[in-house]
Write a protein that binds this ligand. Structure first.
Ligand SMILES: Nc1ncnc2c1ncn2[C@@H]1O[C@H](COP(=O)(O)OP(=O)(O)OP(=O)(O)O)[C@@H](O)[C@H]1O
Ligand SMILES: [Mg+2]
Length: 270
């Protein structure tokens, strides 16, 4: 599969798009944190969101999972208008949109085995391991762990392995949208690369729809089809990842590229 998919005509937007954010403002008290954000994510594609600390990346993620309300503009995800959705609509919605968290240490319960954690993700009301053992084993294999590790506790794994478990937990219920917020920033560089490769593989094989957030443009590039650059709460540049790399238009995007010694800009261009 290549990235050269044909763009749908605008009248098919509703069917194709998983995320459609328009003119989104978010404020905390008197501070506006996101301003006029437009973002479109089609099914089966991955958008990378990049920007420095405080630029509003996680706030955008929180709008999409329904925990932060827009102050203005609209955010429609998987057919749900998040500005107007009520409590019960959001309740079922939240299972369709999964966030993979940054810190694999604090996000896994130390008292639960991997199997118990995944069983709980599958069925929060009756998390029975024996009932879901095959599915759990399958997912551990898919994220590069031995299926028989399911009976171990988080402390028996390395940071990278825990992040694999967190990925399995996020994906085991087959969500419609996956949001990965800085999932490699707590890991060593070599382990980061392994996790990115894994995510890129899974994304290809399952056709995931994903928002991938990082402050590092090179990291975002590894798994994204399109990139959105956030600067102080505003989108300053967006487009296909190759285009952003080959021909960045905004000074801030150029700065992000230049600041990164591992930038694959040159290898992509050449
Ligand atoms: N609940 C909140 N109340 C008040 N201000 C907040 C709240 N959440 C975030 N902010 C502010 O909003 C801005 C954007 O924060 P956000 O967490 O979205 O940034 P980020 O791009 O994810 O940063 P990082 O790379 O450090 O994770 C920051 O100035 C932050 O202090
Ligand atoms: Mg953040």
């Amino acid at each position: 599969m290549t990235d050269t998919t044909t763009r749908p005509a605008t009248d098919t937007v509703a069917a194709e798009s998983m995320v459609d954010v328009r003119g989104l403002d978010v404020a905390f008290g008197s501070t506006t944190v996101l301003r006029g954000v437009d973002l479109r994510l089609d099914r089966g594609r991955t958008v990378g969101v990049v920007g420095e600390s405080g630029s509003g990346k996680s706030t955008l993620a929180k709008v999409l999972v329904g925990t932060v309300k827009p102050a203005a503009g609209s955010a429609t995800v998987d057919g749900v208008d998040l500005a107007s959705a009520g409590r019960s609509a959001l309740h079922t919605y939240r299972r369709r949109v999964q966030m993979i968290p940054q810190d694999p240490y604090s996000s896994l319960s130390p008292r639960r085995t991997v199997a118990q954690t995944l069983a709980e993700a599958i069925d929060p009301i009756r998390p029975k391991v024996t009932r879901h053992e095959e599915r759990i084993a399958g997912w551990l294999g898919r994220v590069g762990l031995q299926p028989d590790m399911m009976h171990r506790y988080p402390h028996e794994f390395s940071g990278g392995q825990r992040q694999r478990i967190a990925i399995a937990r996020g994906l085991v219920i087959d969500p419609n949208l996956v949001i990965a917020d800085e999932i490699t920033s707590a890991l060593d560089v070599s382990v980061q690369a392994q996790i990115l490769d894994l995510l890129a593989d899974i994304k290809e094989s399952l056709g995931l729809t994903m928002m991938f957030i990082s402050h590092n443009l090179a990291v975002v590039q590894r798994v994204s089809d399109d990139v959105v650059v956030l600067y102080q709460g505003e989108v300053v540049e967006s487009g296909p990842v190759e285009q952003i790399y080959a021909d960045p238009q905004h000074w801030y995007t150029r700065r992000l590229l230049d600041a990164d010694p591992g930038s694959p800009r040159f290898s992509l261009a050449g």
